[in-house]
Write a protein that binds this ligand. Structure first.
Ligand SMILES: Cc1cc2nc3c(=O)[nH]c(=O)nc-3n(C[C@H](O)[C@H](O)[C@H](O)COP(=O)(O)OP(=O)(O)OC[C@H]3O[C@@H](n4cnc5c(N)ncnc54)[C@H](O)[C@@H]3O)c2cc1C
Length: 361
């Protein structure tokens, strides 16, 4: 991952390998998969759950099969996500359930329903309705089990549809407490007005939104697509603007914590420090059940374990799925970690310093 060239090559090579059904397990399983994935099945994740538990770090089991888009594959993903919600109910070490909406339908249909809904054919309207039923069924299952569920954010071309469905689900299932959580990618410059709209709507209609903040994982593709299709770039002009937007969103939710809950997903140390400081400043308890910090399995253990040790609520996303199905997720992690400023670079530097310190002792 230190070599961007290898990661880029790996990305294209793996796309070709997937399309011709070339086996990839032998190279991916002992490397990226071992680092970032909890196993192939729900049962396999027990190992990660038990590893995290003694450090007071909870798990959020994420069925990450992103490349199975046949009707049979979609149905299997839906059923597996239902299983993961039921599993979360019965296990106190699991903090949230989660799903990625695009795994429940075809990409081209999803993009069309999101961006050009009026152009859907009768057949497509029917297929989209089936997708909506699956989406709502997951939220209802979470509600019936009293398990909080995070709706992941995705590519810009899907996000309007995801937002509409999530808003609808929050109005339905968050009447007593936040069950359904919307994810806001703060690299988008339109997310603060959206957050305020959610808040105003919740006050008016009497429900409790759950808000998950991330910076966003698709920046390069989004900029390219916007330029190609000729619409304004939806991403903040630079990293500083994204960071400020992220901070503003987190602060807004914490200041309105009587109405909303917060899930903050980031490996950025400063963002984690800032939220900890904000909790202190507002005299909230460190382990206020309405506020969770979160990192991905295999990344930023220094942040997760230190926060948990200090008494804050922490949960790790624990992805699970078969090697070839989880590949898009792994490639995003590999890309995220290539730059010098990337998290793995930072972590390796810290590990080296600590090893040197211990040698000198
Ligand atoms: C628990 C958890 C759940 C997640 N769920 C999702 C999800 O549902 N959807 C999703 O899209 N991502 C998700 N992510 C990934 C996340 O969006 C980021 O890609 C990743 O965490 C890196 O951002 P950071 O805040 O950790 O770190 P940082 O290193 O501080 O930030 C890197 C991020 O900053 C932004 N950025 C970088 N350069 C620029 C620039 N020039 N201009 C504007 N912005 C810039 C990009 O978003 C980039 O990914 C999740 C991450 C975690 C930890």
């Amino acid at each position: 991952m230190k070599h961007p060239g290898i990661v880029k090559l790996g990305k294209y090579a793996s796309k070709i390998a997937l399309s011709i059904h070339f086996p990839l397990g032998w190279i991916v399983k002992p490397t990226l998969y071992k680092q970032f994935v909890g196993g192939e099945t729900l049962e396999d994740t027990t190992k990660s759950i038990n590893y995290l538990r003694p450090f007071n770090v909870k798990s959020t089991l994420d069925y990450s099969a992103e490349s199975v888009k046949t009707p049979k594959g979609i149905q299997a993903t839906f059923e597996e996500t239902i299983r993961s919600i039921d599993f979360a109910k019965s296990n106190p070490n699991i903090a949230y359930a989660v799903f990625k909406p695009s795994t429940l339908t075809r990409d081209d249909l999803f993009a069309k329903a999101s961006e050009k809904r009026e152009e859907l054919t009768i057949e497509e309207i029917k297929e989209y309705r089936e997708f909506k039923e699956r989406f709502m069924a997951l939220c209802k299952r979470a509600y019936d089990n009293n398990v909080r569920i995070l709706v992941d954010a995705e590519d810009y071309c899907f996000q309007d549809a995801i937002d509409d469905l999530t808003d609808e689900a929050m109005r339905l299932y968050n009447k007593e407490r936040p069950i359904v959580f919307a994810t806001l990618q703060m690299y988008r410059h339109d997310r603060m007005p959206y957050l305020r709209r959610i808040y105003d709507d919740a006050v008016e209609k009497g429900y409790y939104p759950g808000i998950k903040f991330v910076r966003g994982a698709y920046m390069e593709e989004e900029r390219i697509r916007a330029a190609l299709m000729g619409y304004p770039d939806p991403i903040c002009k630079d990293k500083k603007a994204t960071d400020e937007n992220f901070d503003a969103g987190v602060q807004f939710v914490v200041e309105h914590i009587d109405r909303m809950e917060l899930f903050m997903g980031t490996h950025n140390e400063e963002s984690n420090y800032k939220l900890a400081a904000l909790i202190d400043r507002l005299n909230l308890k460190k382990n206020d059940p309405r506020i969770y910090f979160s990192q991905l399995l295999g990344m930023s253990d220094n942040i997760s374990f230190n926060l948990a040790h200090a008494g804050y609520n922490v949960t790790k996303y624990v992805p699970y799925a078969k090697v070839r199905d989880v590949l898009p997720y792994l490639l995003r992690r590999a890309e995220e970690n290539t730059s010098v400023a990337g998290q793995t670079g930072r972590e390796l530097r810290m590990l080296k310093i600590e090893m040197e310190r211990r040698k000198k002792k």
